[in-house]
Design a protein around this ligand. Structure first.
Ligand code: MG
Length: 346
Protein backbone atom coordinates (compact mmCIF):
# COMPACT_ATOMS: atom_id res chain seq x y z
CA UNK A 1 0.00 0.00 0.00
CA UNK A 2 1.19 3.52 -0.79
CA UNK A 3 2.86 5.44 2.01
CA UNK A 4 0.44 7.99 3.32
CA UNK A 5 1.12 11.45 1.97
CA UNK A 6 -1.79 13.73 2.88
CA UNK A 7 -4.32 14.42 0.13
CA UNK A 8 -5.13 18.09 -0.02
CA UNK A 9 -7.89 20.23 -1.45
CA UNK A 10 -11.22 18.96 -2.64
CA UNK A 11 -12.58 15.81 -4.22
CA UNK A 12 -12.45 15.66 -8.01
CA UNK A 13 -14.58 13.62 -10.44
CA UNK A 14 -11.47 11.69 -11.42
CA UNK A 15 -11.38 10.23 -7.92
CA UNK A 16 -14.57 8.30 -8.76
CA UNK A 17 -13.25 6.98 -12.07
CA UNK A 18 -12.11 3.50 -11.08
CA UNK A 19 -8.42 4.11 -11.86
CA UNK A 20 -5.29 5.15 -10.04
CA UNK A 21 -6.74 8.42 -8.73
CA UNK A 22 -9.63 6.61 -7.07
CA UNK A 23 -7.40 3.91 -5.60
CA UNK A 24 -5.14 6.59 -4.12
CA UNK A 25 -8.06 8.30 -2.41
CA UNK A 26 -9.45 5.05 -1.04
CA UNK A 27 -6.10 3.73 0.13
CA UNK A 28 -5.04 6.93 1.85
CA UNK A 29 -8.36 7.95 3.33
CA UNK A 30 -10.76 5.09 3.86
CA UNK A 31 -8.70 1.97 4.21
CA UNK A 32 -5.82 2.77 6.54
CA UNK A 33 -7.61 2.52 9.88
CA UNK A 34 -9.86 -0.39 9.00
CA UNK A 35 -7.09 -2.34 7.33
CA UNK A 36 -4.98 -2.20 10.47
CA UNK A 37 -7.72 -3.81 12.57
CA UNK A 38 -7.73 -7.60 12.82
CA UNK A 39 -10.08 -9.35 10.40
CA UNK A 40 -9.88 -13.02 9.58
CA UNK A 41 -11.08 -12.98 5.99
CA UNK A 42 -10.85 -10.98 2.77
CA UNK A 43 -11.50 -7.44 3.96
CA UNK A 44 -11.18 -3.82 2.90
CA UNK A 45 -7.38 -3.93 2.60
CA UNK A 46 -7.65 -6.49 -0.22
CA UNK A 47 -9.64 -4.00 -2.35
CA UNK A 48 -11.21 -6.95 -4.11
CA UNK A 49 -14.71 -7.04 -5.65
CA UNK A 50 -16.22 -7.84 -2.25
CA UNK A 51 -15.48 -9.12 1.25
CA UNK A 52 -15.28 -12.76 2.32
CA UNK A 53 -16.28 -13.36 5.94
CA UNK A 54 -15.54 -16.84 7.32
CA UNK A 55 -18.72 -18.29 8.87
CA UNK A 56 -17.41 -21.72 9.87
CA UNK A 57 -17.69 -25.17 8.31
CA UNK A 58 -15.35 -24.04 5.52
CA UNK A 59 -17.88 -21.54 4.21
CA UNK A 60 -17.62 -17.82 3.49
CA UNK A 61 -20.27 -15.12 3.43
CA UNK A 62 -19.51 -12.84 0.48
CA UNK A 63 -20.72 -9.25 0.83
CA UNK A 64 -20.43 -6.42 -1.66
CA UNK A 65 -21.97 -2.98 -2.06
CA UNK A 66 -22.23 -0.52 -4.91
CA UNK A 67 -23.86 2.90 -5.46
CA UNK A 68 -25.16 3.80 -8.90
CA UNK A 69 -25.15 7.35 -10.22
CA UNK A 70 -25.20 6.68 -13.95
CA UNK A 71 -26.18 9.49 -16.29
CA UNK A 72 -28.37 9.25 -18.35
CA UNK A 73 -30.53 6.89 -16.27
CA UNK A 74 -31.93 5.25 -19.44
CA UNK A 75 -29.43 4.31 -22.16
CA UNK A 76 -29.27 1.84 -25.09
CA UNK A 77 -29.22 -1.66 -23.61
CA UNK A 78 -30.19 -0.79 -20.05
CA UNK A 79 -31.03 1.65 -17.28
CA UNK A 80 -30.03 2.47 -13.71
CA UNK A 81 -32.23 -0.35 -12.36
CA UNK A 82 -30.57 -3.03 -14.47
CA UNK A 83 -27.09 -1.81 -13.65
CA UNK A 84 -27.86 -1.60 -9.91
CA UNK A 85 -28.70 -5.30 -9.76
CA UNK A 86 -26.08 -6.47 -12.27
CA UNK A 87 -23.18 -4.56 -10.70
CA UNK A 88 -23.69 -6.13 -7.30
CA UNK A 89 -24.56 -9.63 -8.55
CA UNK A 90 -21.43 -9.58 -10.73
CA UNK A 91 -19.14 -8.48 -7.90
CA UNK A 92 -20.41 -11.40 -5.81
CA UNK A 93 -19.78 -13.74 -8.74
CA UNK A 94 -16.22 -12.41 -9.14
CA UNK A 95 -15.56 -13.60 -5.57
CA UNK A 96 -16.77 -17.08 -6.51
CA UNK A 97 -20.33 -16.71 -5.18
CA UNK A 98 -22.75 -17.14 -8.07
CA UNK A 99 -26.01 -17.60 -6.16
CA UNK A 100 -26.96 -14.38 -4.39
CA UNK A 101 -29.13 -15.01 -1.34
CA UNK A 102 -30.66 -11.53 -1.58
CA UNK A 103 -30.01 -7.87 -2.23
CA UNK A 104 -30.70 -4.66 -0.36
CA UNK A 105 -31.75 -1.58 -2.31
CA UNK A 106 -31.44 2.01 -1.07
CA UNK A 107 -32.92 4.71 -3.30
CA UNK A 108 -32.27 8.46 -2.98
CA UNK A 109 -34.64 10.56 -5.09
CA UNK A 110 -34.74 14.21 -6.04
CA UNK A 111 -37.98 16.09 -5.37
CA UNK A 112 -39.87 16.32 -8.67
CA UNK A 113 -38.63 12.98 -10.08
CA UNK A 114 -41.14 11.52 -12.55
CA UNK A 115 -43.11 8.61 -11.02
CA UNK A 116 -43.48 6.96 -14.42
CA UNK A 117 -39.70 6.80 -14.74
CA UNK A 118 -39.50 5.42 -11.22
CA UNK A 119 -41.97 2.68 -12.15
CA UNK A 120 -39.88 1.78 -15.20
CA UNK A 121 -36.75 1.58 -13.02
CA UNK A 122 -38.57 -0.55 -10.46
CA UNK A 123 -39.69 -2.93 -13.22
CA UNK A 124 -36.13 -3.17 -14.44
CA UNK A 125 -34.90 -3.96 -10.91
CA UNK A 126 -37.48 -6.78 -10.68
CA UNK A 127 -36.73 -8.19 -14.14
CA UNK A 128 -32.96 -8.16 -13.61
CA UNK A 129 -33.30 -9.81 -10.20
CA UNK A 130 -35.37 -12.55 -11.83
CA UNK A 131 -32.69 -13.00 -14.49
CA UNK A 132 -30.02 -13.30 -11.80
CA UNK A 133 -32.11 -15.63 -9.64
CA UNK A 134 -32.28 -13.29 -6.68
CA UNK A 135 -34.60 -10.81 -4.99
CA UNK A 136 -34.46 -7.52 -3.09
CA UNK A 137 -35.17 -8.38 0.55
CA UNK A 138 -34.88 -5.01 2.28
CA UNK A 139 -34.52 -1.42 1.24
CA UNK A 140 -34.69 2.26 2.06
CA UNK A 141 -36.08 5.35 0.31
CA UNK A 142 -35.05 8.97 0.88
CA UNK A 143 -36.12 12.12 -0.93
CA UNK A 144 -33.93 15.23 -1.13
CA UNK A 145 -34.86 18.71 -2.32
CA UNK A 146 -34.60 19.95 -5.88
CA UNK A 147 -30.97 20.37 -6.87
CA UNK A 148 -29.71 18.52 -3.79
CA UNK A 149 -29.23 15.27 -5.74
CA UNK A 150 -29.37 14.67 -9.51
CA UNK A 151 -32.56 12.65 -10.11
CA UNK A 152 -31.90 9.27 -8.57
CA UNK A 153 -29.09 7.40 -6.84
CA UNK A 154 -29.42 3.68 -6.08
CA UNK A 155 -27.28 1.65 -3.70
CA UNK A 156 -27.44 -2.13 -3.64
CA UNK A 157 -25.71 -4.60 -1.34
CA UNK A 158 -25.60 -8.31 -2.02
CA UNK A 159 -24.83 -11.39 0.05
CA UNK A 160 -24.01 -14.94 -0.99
CA UNK A 161 -22.24 -17.99 0.40
CA UNK A 162 -19.36 -19.90 -1.16
CA UNK A 163 -16.90 -22.60 -0.17
CA UNK A 164 -14.25 -21.43 -2.61
CA UNK A 165 -13.36 -17.74 -2.64
CA UNK A 166 -11.84 -16.57 -5.93
CA UNK A 167 -9.57 -13.57 -5.54
CA UNK A 168 -8.24 -11.03 -8.03
CA UNK A 169 -4.59 -11.60 -6.99
CA UNK A 170 -3.96 -15.25 -7.84
CA UNK A 171 -2.43 -14.96 -11.34
CA UNK A 172 0.74 -17.00 -11.90
CA UNK A 173 3.26 -16.95 -14.77
CA UNK A 174 1.89 -19.06 -17.61
CA UNK A 175 -1.77 -18.44 -16.73
CA UNK A 176 -3.95 -17.40 -19.65
CA UNK A 177 -6.23 -14.38 -19.46
CA UNK A 178 -9.73 -14.91 -20.81
CA UNK A 179 -12.32 -12.22 -21.47
CA UNK A 180 -15.91 -13.47 -21.60
CA UNK A 181 -16.96 -11.34 -24.59
CA UNK A 182 -16.63 -8.05 -26.47
CA UNK A 183 -15.23 -5.07 -24.58
CA UNK A 184 -16.01 -1.34 -24.38
CA UNK A 185 -19.71 -1.66 -25.19
CA UNK A 186 -21.09 -0.09 -22.01
CA UNK A 187 -18.74 2.88 -21.79
CA UNK A 188 -19.11 3.90 -25.41
CA UNK A 189 -22.90 3.39 -25.48
CA UNK A 190 -23.37 5.60 -22.42
CA UNK A 191 -20.94 8.19 -23.75
CA UNK A 192 -22.84 8.38 -27.05
CA UNK A 193 -26.21 8.55 -25.27
CA UNK A 194 -25.08 11.29 -22.90
CA UNK A 195 -23.72 13.56 -25.59
CA UNK A 196 -26.36 12.71 -28.20
CA UNK A 197 -23.63 11.55 -30.57
CA UNK A 198 -24.79 10.11 -33.87
CA UNK A 199 -22.28 7.33 -34.42
CA UNK A 200 -22.32 4.59 -36.99
CA UNK A 201 -23.51 1.15 -35.94
CA UNK A 202 -25.53 -0.06 -33.01
CA UNK A 203 -23.81 0.85 -29.76
CA UNK A 204 -25.48 -0.97 -26.88
CA UNK A 205 -24.45 -1.45 -23.29
CA UNK A 206 -23.61 -5.03 -22.32
CA UNK A 207 -25.08 -4.56 -18.83
CA UNK A 208 -26.23 -7.97 -17.55
CA UNK A 209 -25.98 -10.22 -14.52
CA UNK A 210 -23.29 -12.78 -15.39
CA UNK A 211 -23.51 -15.03 -12.34
CA UNK A 212 -24.94 -17.84 -14.50
CA UNK A 213 -22.02 -17.53 -16.92
CA UNK A 214 -19.50 -17.56 -14.06
CA UNK A 215 -21.16 -20.64 -12.59
CA UNK A 216 -20.52 -22.38 -15.92
CA UNK A 217 -16.89 -21.22 -15.77
CA UNK A 218 -16.37 -22.48 -12.22
CA UNK A 219 -17.95 -25.83 -13.06
CA UNK A 220 -15.77 -26.19 -16.16
CA UNK A 221 -12.41 -25.10 -14.77
CA UNK A 222 -12.76 -25.28 -10.96
CA UNK A 223 -9.46 -24.85 -9.17
CA UNK A 224 -7.64 -24.05 -12.43
CA UNK A 225 -9.21 -20.57 -12.21
CA UNK A 226 -6.62 -18.40 -10.49
CA UNK A 227 -8.27 -14.95 -10.50
CA UNK A 228 -11.39 -13.10 -11.62
CA UNK A 229 -12.41 -9.46 -11.94
CA UNK A 230 -15.15 -7.60 -13.78
CA UNK A 231 -13.64 -4.81 -15.90
CA UNK A 232 -16.06 -2.03 -14.98
CA UNK A 233 -14.82 1.58 -14.50
CA UNK A 234 -11.42 2.05 -16.12
CA UNK A 235 -12.11 -0.94 -18.35
CA UNK A 236 -9.96 -3.96 -19.11
CA UNK A 237 -6.78 -1.90 -18.78
CA UNK A 238 -7.47 -0.74 -15.23
CA UNK A 239 -8.63 -4.19 -14.06
CA UNK A 240 -5.67 -6.00 -15.63
CA UNK A 241 -3.23 -3.55 -14.08
CA UNK A 242 -4.79 -4.17 -10.69
CA UNK A 243 -4.79 -7.96 -11.11
CA UNK A 244 -1.21 -8.00 -12.42
CA UNK A 245 0.22 -5.78 -9.72
CA UNK A 246 -1.57 -7.62 -6.89
CA UNK A 247 -0.43 -10.97 -8.36
CA UNK A 248 3.13 -9.77 -9.04
CA UNK A 249 3.09 -10.86 -12.70
CA UNK A 250 3.25 -9.09 -16.04
CA UNK A 251 0.57 -9.71 -18.66
CA UNK A 252 1.09 -9.80 -22.44
CA UNK A 253 -2.13 -9.08 -24.36
CA UNK A 254 -2.52 -9.91 -28.05
CA UNK A 255 -4.44 -6.99 -29.54
CA UNK A 256 -5.85 -9.04 -32.42
CA UNK A 257 -7.48 -11.49 -29.97
CA UNK A 258 -9.55 -8.88 -28.14
CA UNK A 259 -13.22 -9.24 -29.12
CA UNK A 260 -14.74 -5.93 -30.30
CA UNK A 261 -17.97 -5.09 -32.11
CA UNK A 262 -17.63 -3.03 -35.28
CA UNK A 263 -19.64 -0.27 -33.60
CA UNK A 264 -17.21 -0.06 -30.67
CA UNK A 265 -14.17 -0.24 -32.92
CA UNK A 266 -15.34 2.57 -35.22
CA UNK A 267 -16.77 4.87 -32.54
CA UNK A 268 -13.66 4.40 -30.42
CA UNK A 269 -11.55 5.48 -33.38
CA UNK A 270 -13.77 8.51 -34.10
CA UNK A 271 -13.77 9.65 -30.46
CA UNK A 272 -10.11 8.80 -29.89
CA UNK A 273 -11.01 6.51 -27.01
CA UNK A 274 -9.35 3.13 -26.52
CA UNK A 275 -12.02 0.46 -25.79
CA UNK A 276 -9.51 -1.08 -23.37
CA UNK A 277 -10.02 1.95 -21.13
CA UNK A 278 -13.81 2.11 -20.93
CA UNK A 279 -16.32 0.35 -18.72
CA UNK A 280 -17.98 -3.01 -19.26
CA UNK A 281 -20.99 -4.12 -17.18
CA UNK A 282 -21.49 -7.70 -18.33
CA UNK A 283 -18.00 -9.11 -18.74
CA UNK A 284 -15.35 -10.86 -16.68
CA UNK A 285 -11.59 -11.25 -16.90
CA UNK A 286 -10.61 -14.74 -15.83
CA UNK A 287 -7.11 -16.02 -15.13
CA UNK A 288 -6.75 -19.76 -15.69
CA UNK A 289 -3.99 -22.37 -15.76
CA UNK A 290 -2.82 -22.89 -19.36
CA UNK A 291 -3.90 -26.52 -19.62
CA UNK A 292 -7.52 -25.59 -18.81
CA UNK A 293 -7.81 -22.45 -20.93
CA UNK A 294 -9.23 -23.98 -24.13
CA UNK A 295 -11.81 -26.04 -22.25
CA UNK A 296 -12.87 -22.98 -20.28
CA UNK A 297 -13.38 -20.89 -23.42
CA UNK A 298 -15.40 -23.73 -24.97
CA UNK A 299 -17.59 -23.93 -21.85
CA UNK A 300 -18.11 -20.14 -21.73
CA UNK A 301 -19.18 -20.17 -25.37
CA UNK A 302 -22.05 -22.56 -24.59
CA UNK A 303 -23.68 -19.76 -22.53
CA UNK A 304 -25.60 -16.95 -24.31
CA UNK A 305 -23.50 -14.29 -22.52
CA UNK A 306 -20.19 -15.99 -23.35
CA UNK A 307 -20.49 -16.64 -27.09
CA UNK A 308 -17.50 -14.43 -27.89
CA UNK A 309 -15.25 -15.49 -25.03
CA UNK A 310 -11.59 -15.50 -26.01
CA UNK A 311 -8.09 -16.02 -24.68
CA UNK A 312 -6.49 -12.59 -24.93
CA UNK A 313 -3.23 -12.91 -23.05
CA UNK A 314 -0.62 -14.74 -21.00
CA UNK A 315 0.95 -13.97 -17.64
CA UNK A 316 4.73 -13.70 -17.39
CA UNK A 317 7.16 -13.40 -14.50
CA UNK A 318 8.94 -10.37 -16.01
CA UNK A 319 7.72 -6.77 -15.57
CA UNK A 320 5.35 -7.41 -12.64
CA UNK A 321 2.39 -5.04 -12.64
CA UNK A 322 2.81 -4.12 -16.31
CA UNK A 323 0.48 -4.84 -19.22
CA UNK A 324 2.27 -5.34 -22.51
CA UNK A 325 0.22 -4.94 -25.66
CA UNK A 326 1.34 -7.08 -28.59
CA UNK A 327 -0.03 -5.23 -31.62
CA UNK A 328 1.23 -7.74 -34.16
CA UNK A 329 3.77 -5.14 -35.34
CA UNK A 330 5.53 -4.76 -32.04
CA UNK A 331 5.03 -4.57 -28.32
CA UNK A 332 4.30 -1.57 -26.14
CA UNK A 333 3.37 -0.90 -22.56
CA UNK A 334 -0.31 -0.19 -21.97
CA UNK A 335 -0.62 2.87 -19.73
CA UNK A 336 -2.62 2.48 -16.54
CA UNK A 337 -5.54 4.89 -16.81
CA UNK A 338 -5.98 7.58 -14.15
CA UNK A 339 -9.66 6.65 -14.32
CA UNK A 340 -12.62 6.22 -16.63
CA UNK A 341 -12.65 8.94 -19.34
CA UNK A 342 -16.30 9.69 -18.49
CA UNK A 343 -17.59 10.27 -14.96
CA UNK A 344 -20.90 8.71 -13.80
CA UNK A 345 -20.61 5.68 -16.05
CA UNK A 346 -22.24 3.31 -13.53
MG1 MG B 1 -15.83 -5.51 -9.57
Amino acid sequence: MTAAAPILGRVTLKQGGGGRAMRNLIERLFIREFASQPFDGVGLAAMDDGAAIPIGDGQFLIVTTDSHVIHPIFFPGGDIGRISVSGTVNDLAMMGATRPLGLTCGVILEEGFDIEKLEAIQKSLVDTCREAGTVVVTGDTKVMGRGEVDGIVINTTGVAITRRVVRDNGLRPGDRIIVTGTIGDHGLAVMAARHGLELEGDLRSDVAPINGLIEVALQAAGDAISAMKDPTRGGVSSSLHEMASKSNVGVVIRESSIPLTDAVRSSGEILGIDPLHVANEGKALIGVRPESAEALVAALRTHPLGRQAAIIGTCISERPGSIILDTGFGKRLLAEPEGEPLPRIC
